[in-house]
Write a protein that binds this ligand. Structure first.
Ligand SMILES: [Zn+2]
Length: 276
């Protein structure tokens, strides 16, 4: 979603790839990788694809530095350290990647453009989970498999909005509990605020990415959206599916002008404000 990079205060180079690492697999079931970190997907037409990088190629280094576990990420898969190395690169300058293809290593210069700093991960679990910790957006395989492209875009836009608005860290700073305790009193109010703001921003993200923002209220009105809303997506700290759809329709009717970039300045300004 580099169309929305202007909305994010944290960007990274948009390569159009997703990564995986060998340590994400059990020791007795590891696939044959060209290097401990490999390209799990390369989007057709992306800068990586244009530079000749292929799916299953290995990624050995970023800007001349071999990929190794970074401080603070020792207990995470090596993939996260590789992602962090790419994310730390100035998105205005070309990247130099050490790529291993069929046993042969080469340096590949990849032009970069900024995108919002977020990585999408399809979790290998069934169920209806979608969540964001501010760095990684995780969508359960079961959810991804059942959803249409538009529905995935709606879920992704909602989670990206949480990330853009720094909700996780702002809720933590405000000592807002999640889970069961998050469903009551002040916690509930803060969590609801985060949900409503993420919903509002999501329609701008969709519109700016060239997707009809009405996909969002349509999603919440659909059987699928209502099912999700009755499942993991819903607890008392989330608005009802009907309320979400109505609020989204109002936001679209009032603020979204098709064919032009839409930036909700006032909403974006909240990301540096404490939640209270
Ligand atoms: Zn949410």
């Amino acid at each position: 979603m580099s169309d929305n990079a202007a909305l994010c205060d944290r960007t990274m180079p948009d390569l159009g790839v997703s990564l995986q690492s060998i340590d994400q697999y059990p020791a007795d079931g590891q696939p044959g990788f060209a290097a401990p970190v490999a390209f799990a997907a390369v989007l057709p037409g992306s800068v990586a694809a244009q530079a000749g990088i292929e799916r299953d190629d290995g990624l050995a280094s970023v800007d001349g530095k071999p990929i190794s576990k970074r401080p603070g990420l020792e207990s995470s898969p090596l993939r996260d350290s590789a992602f962090a190395a790419i994310a730390d690169h100035d998105p205005a300058k070309p990247l130099e990647l050490g790529v291993v293809h069929a046993g042969v290593a080469r340096e590949v210069i990849v032009p970069a453009k900024p995108e919002c700093r977020a990585v999408v991960e399809i979790l290998d679990v069934d169920g209806d989970t979608a969540q964001s910790d501010g760095r990684t957006i995780q969508i359960a395989y079961g959810l991804a498999a059942r959803a249409t492209d538009d529905q995935i875009a709606v879920i992704f836009a909602h989670e990206l909005a949480h990330s853009i608005l720094h909700h996780r860290e702002r809720l933590e700073a405000a000592n807002a509990a999640n889970g069961l305790l998050g469903q009551f009193g002040r916690n509930r109010r803060l969590n609801l605020q985060a949900e409503e703001d993420a919903d509002r921003l999501s329609v701008y993200l969709l519109a700016n990415a060239g997707i009809d923002p009405r996909a969002a209220p349509d999603f919440w009105r659909s059987k699928f959206g209502q099912h999700i809303s009755g499942g993991v997506f819903h607890n008392l700290a989330h608005p009802s599916a009907k309320a979400r759809a109505a609020a989204l329709e109002a936001e679209i009717a009032t603020h979204i002008r098709p064919g032009q970039a839409n930036y909700p300045a006032e909403l974006l300004a909240t990301r540096t404000q404490p939640m209270k």
